[in-house]
Design a binder for this molecule. Structure first.
Ligand code: NAP
Length: 496
C-alpha cells in the first residue's frame, strides 16, 4: 500500500458520456478535489464515441456537480482539468491519439506518470480495451498504472475466466481493481470493525451462539431504463454473485492476522471456498427465484416486469432471488446464511440480521408467552447504523420481558452523510489500496457457486410472475426459512 495521501494521476474514463460517469464518477472526483484528497496535479481524459469537445465535457461535469453549490470559480478551476477525446474503443487508431494526449497532459501536469484506466462501459469491451492498451504501451509509464473495471465481471465462470485472461495479458493482478461498490459502503466496511473490535460479538460469532444470519437487499424500483442489460443478467448475476456473497464473506471470515489487503482477501477467499456447492437436485430446496407481477407501491399502481417494455413480454429472467447458503467450516457448520434480493419490493433497504440462539432455560417471556431472540441488525442503506435487540423487564408488576433496542445511527453521529462508495473506492485505487476491490479468486469462487444454480434453472421454465409488486417476494421464500423453523425479520421491525 502507498502512504502518499494526496495522490496524483491522470484518470482516463472510457465511457465518459455515460450514466455512471455522470452520476457517480464526476461527483466523486469533485468531492476528492474539494476535500483536498487529490493533488492539484491531476487530469481527467473522457473518452466515448460522441463528437464532444473539451467544453461540452466540462459543461456536463459542471451539471453533474451542481448540487454541491460550489462557486463558479471553483467549478471552472475543477473542470479545467477535464479533456475529451472522441474515441471508438474498437478502432486501434483511437489508441494512438490517446497516447499523444496522455503525453501532452503528462507534460502539463506533474502526475509522475501515474495512470488510472477506468472502464465505465459495457463489459463486452473490457477485453478489447485491455489488449489495445497493451498494444499501444499505454499501460507502461514512469509511474504506476491501474485498471478499474466495473461489474459485471463475466456472465458465468467460463466467460469470467476468458475475460480475466485477456486482461491479465496487459495488467498484473495487483494492477487490476474490480469494483464492487458495496465494498465501498460505510456499513459494509464496518462489518469487520463491529465483529473484530467488540468482544461481546466476536466471542459469540459462531455456530454455538448464532442460529442464522439474514441478508436482505431490496429495491422498490423496477428495471427502469436498464431493461436490456438487466434482462440478460437477472437478480442472481446482478446482485448475488458479487454484492451478496461479498457480504457473506465479510460476515463469515476469520479475523485476519494483519489489516493488509492480502490477509483480508485471503480470509474472504477461504469463506468462498467453503461455500457448500449446490447440486442440481438441491437447487429448488435451497434457492427460490421470482419475477414481479403488477401491484401497488407507494400509493401508485405499477406494472409487471413483463409489462415494462415490449422486449420483456416473454421474459423468464428472475427479478428476485432468495437462497440458503451454507458454509462448511468449523465456525459455521449448521448455520444458514439466508440471502434475498429483488426489485419492486415493499421497501428499499439493505440490512443484515444476525439472530442469536436462545439460552437453554429462558424463563422470561412477553405477556403472551412469546420469546424474542437477541438480534444484531446492521443497516447498510439507506439508513446506516446498528441496532441490538435485547430483552428487559416490562415495567410494573410481574416478571414479563419486553424487547428493547439499543441503536446507533451513523448519519446522526457525524451530522453528514458518509462519503459515497465511489469516492472512497476511487481514492483507495489512487492510493494503491485494493482491499475493498475483488480479487480474481473471489470472482471465480463466486461464479462457480452461482453457475450451478443458474444452470439448473436454465433447464426449467419458471412459472412467472410469482410475486406482487410491493410485496417482499414469493411465498416460497418464506417457506425456505419456515422449514428450518425461522422467518424473515420484517424490514419495518429491523430498520430504525
Ligand atoms: P451507459 O450509460 O450505457 O454508457 C456507456 C458508455 O460507453 C457511453 O459513454 C458510450 O458513449 C460509451 N461507448 C459505447 N460504445 C462505445 C465504443 N465503441 N467506443 C467508445 N465508447 C463507447 O452505461 P453506464 O450505465 O454508464 O455503465 C457503464 C458500466 O458501469 C457498465 O459496465 C455497467 O454495468 C457498470 N455499472 C453502471 C452502474 C450505473 O449506475 N450506471 C452501476 C454499476 C455498474 P458513446 O455512445 O458516446 O460512445
Amino acid at each position: 500500500m502507498n502512504n502518499q495521501q494526496n495522490p496524483k494521476a491522470i484518470i482516463v474514463i472510457f465511457g465518459a458520456t455515460g450514466d455512471l460517469a455522470k452520476r457517480k464518477l464526476f461527483p466523486s472526483i469533485y468531492r476528492l478535489y474539494q476535500n483536498g484528497k487529490i493533488d492539484d496535479d491531476f487530469a481527467v481524459i473522457g473518452l466515448a464515441r460522441r463528437p464532444w469537445t473539451n467544453e461540452i465535457l466540462r459543461d456536463n461535469v459542471e451539471q453533474s456537480i451542481k448540487e454541491t453549490n460550489a462557486s463558479k470559480s471553483d467549478v471552472d478551476k475543477f473542470t479545467s482539468h477535464f479533456y475529451y477525446q472522441s474515441f471508438d474503443v474498437t478502432e486501434a487508431s483511437s489508441y494512438q491519439g490517446l497516447n499523444d494526449l496522455m503525453q501532452e497532459l503528462e507534460g502539463m501536469y506533474n502526475t509522475n506518470g501515474n495512470r488510472i484506466f477506468y472502464l465505465a462501459m459495457a463489459p463486452e469491451f473490457f477485453g478489447t480495451i485491455a489488449v489495445n492498451l497493451k498494444d499501444y504501451c499505454l499501460e507502461m509509464s514512469s509511474g504506476w498504472s491501474r485498471l478499474v473495471i466495473e461489474k459485471p465481471f463475466g456472465h458465468d465462470l467460463p466467460s469470467a475466466r476468458a475475460l480475466n485472461s485477456q486482461i491479465r495479458e496487459a495488467f498484473d493482478e495487483d494492477q487490476i481493481y474490480r469494483i464492487d461498490h458495496y465494498l465501498g459502503k460505510e456499513m459494509v466496511q464496518n462489518i469487520e470493525v463491529i465483529r473484530f473490535a467488540n468482544g461481546i460479538f466476536e466471542h459469540l460469532w459462531n455456530n454455538r451462539f448464532i442460529s442464522n444470519i439474514q441478508i436482505t437487499s431490496s429495491e422498490s424500483l423496477g428495471v427502469e431504463e436498464r431493461a436490456r442489460y438487466y434482462d440478460h443478467s437477472g437478480a442472481t448475476r446482478d446482485m448475488v454473485q458479487n454484492h451478496m456473497l461479498q457480504m457473506v464473506a465479510l460476515l463469515a471470515m476469520e479475523p485476519p492476522i494483519k489489516l493488509t489487503t492480502d490477509e483480508i482477501r485471503s480470509e474472504k477467499i477461504k469463506v468462498l471456498r467453503a461455500l457448500r456447492p449446490i447440486d442440481d437436485s438441491e437447487v429448488d430446496e435451497n434457492f427460490v427465484r421470482g419475477q414481479y407481477g403488477s401491484g401497488h407501491l407507494h400509493g401508485k399502481d405499477v406494472q409487471s416486469y413483463r409489462g415494462e417494455t415490449d422486449e420483456l413480454k416473454d421474459s423468464h429472467t428472475e427479478t428476485y432471488v432468495a437462497g440458503k447458503v451454507m458454509i462448511d467450516n468449523y465456525r459455521w457448520a449448521g448455520v444458514p446464511f439466508y440471502i434475498r434480493t429483488g426489485k419492486r419490493m415493499a421497501e428499499k433497504s439493505t440490512n443484515i440480521v444476525v439472530e442469536f440462539k436462545d439460552i437453554p432455560m429462558n424463563l422470561y417471556s412477553e405477556d403472551d408467552g412469546n420469546k424474542n431472540p437477541n438480534l444484531l441488525v446492521i443497516n447498510i442503506q439507506p439508513n446506516e447504523g446498528i441496532t441490538l435487540f435485547l430483552n428487559a423487564k416490562k415495567a410494573g408488576h410481574g416478571s414479563a420481558a419486553q424487547p428493547i433496542q439499543l441503536s446507533y445511527n451513523n448519519n446522526g453521529v457525524h451530522g453528514i452523510n458518509t462519503p459515497e462508495a465511489y469516492e472512497k473506492l476511487l481514492y483507495d485505487c489512487m492510493l494503491g489500496d485494493a482491499t475493498n476491490f475483488t480479487h480474481w479468486d473471489e470472482v471465480a469462487f463466486s461464479w462457480a457457486y452461482i453457475d450451478a444454480i443458474l444452470n439448473a434453472w436454465s433447464r426449467r421454465t419458471p412459472d412467472f410472475p410469482n410475486y406482487t409488486s410491493g410485496s417482499m417476494g414469493p411465498k416460497e421464500a418464506d417457506d425456505l426459512l419456515a422449514k428450518d423453523g425461522f422467518h424473515w425479520w420484517p424490514i419495518r421491525d429491523v430498520v430504525q
